[in-house]
Design a protein around this ligand. Structure first.
Ligand code: ADP
Ligand code: MG
Length: 306
């Protein structure tokens, strides 16, 4: 796998930003990481790129455990952070040479020329970064992420804050890059995923609620899956609940109720009853949350900046 996340949990102090997040991205895939603001997208991306440790769970990139192979894996991952930190006083080539020196790259000048061409920076190449439009600044960020010719690109909201023409340009560039690279791209806009990604992973409140081909996602969100709130007389273990067929996630909320999410059109209520019997538990309350996925769908499609 190009990226493999297994049961990743992250707290900031007492606040939980990620809850038991697992997913894989296969080589060559272009996957959208979609979720409303505050869902946990940037946190996950910082963990994948080694900028932030997970509180629990494992991550590998190109089958390397990121906590054990920091130098190797940094060459395999290009990262465009959410607030791309650029040096406004530097010229484009100067900046790329500077960041390239951190990777100890050979033939750096040749690589920079290639990247200026690939990212469409040629007409602006003699400007200082501070004089560039936001769209061109993003291109510099992409060139910097591509410096070591990484296998995997992690792009955190690459089109946020751009005007519609710049959005079209950057999406086109990302699509082109996706022909040769594995890409995980975060966004809070459904349209973006539809324009660029083959598959989409939806995250909300730190938990994955869907993971599907882009072409199927809208119908899943509108009709399928959903969340069930269930209360037992005593709490089972989360890992046991996750074994139930059709259950994708299980989280315990403050009222001691479990929120059980299912991806597909499976309704796990019958299986939950069987589970309770088999584990000698009594279900003291159960409630289907009818509109949770539909609400997410509206959030992700209404907030459309095009
Ligand atoms: P997204 O990128 O999807 O908008 P983030 O990963 O930035 O979400 O944030 C997830 C949650 O973690 C949010 O509730 C956010 O307020 C919280 N959070 C993010 N960074 C920090 C931090 N450095 N300290 C405390 N809380 C944080
Ligand atoms: Mg973010």
């Amino acid at each position: 796998m190009s990226i493999s996340a297994s049961k990743v949990t992250r707290f900031y102090g007492r606040q939980q930003a990620l809850n038991n997040v697992s997913f894989d991205v296969a080589p060559g895939e272009v996957v959208g990481f979609l979720g409303p603001n505050g869902a946990g997208k940037s946190t996950m991306m910082k963990i994948i790129t080694g900028y932030l440790p997970a509180s629990k769970g494992e991550i590998s990139v190109c089958n390397l455990d990121i906590t054990k192979n920091s130098t190797n894996f940094k060459l395999k991952t290009g990262y465009l952070p959410e607030h791309n930190p650029l040096y406004n006083d530097m010229y484009i080539t100067e900046y790329l040479k500077f960041t390239g020196s951190l990777y100890n790259l050979k033939n750096i000048n040749k690589r920079i020329e290639e990247l200026i061409d690939i990212t469409g920076l040629t007409p602006e190449r003699h400007k200082k970064i501070g004089k560039l439009s936001k769209g061109f600044k993003q291109r510099v960020g992409l060139a910097q992420a591509l410096l070591p010719d990484p296998e995997v690109l992690i792009l955190d909201e690459p089109t946020t804050g751009l005007d519609p023409n710049q959005i079209i340009g950057i999406r086109k560039l990302i699509k082109e890059l996706g022909k040769h690279k594995t890409i995980l791209l975060s966004t809070h806009i459904m349209q973006e995923v539809k324009a660029i990604c083959e598959r989409v992973i939806i995250i909300d409140k730190g938990a994955i609620i869907a993971n599907e081909l882009t072409e199927n996602i809208e119908s899943t969100l509108k009709e399928g899956g959903g969340q069930i709130e269930v209360e037992f007389n005593k709490n089972p273990q989360q890992k046991e609940l996750l074994k139930i067929e059709g259950v994708e996630n299980a989280t315990l909320n403050e009222d001691n109720k479990w929120i059980i999410s299912s991806f597909t059109n499976v309704d796990p209520r019958e299986k939950l009853f069987k589970f309770a019997v088999e584990h000698n538990l009594i279900i003291t309350g159960m409630n289907k949350k009818e509109h949770s996925l539909e609400d997410i769908f509206h959030k992700l499609t209404a907030d459309n900046n095009e």
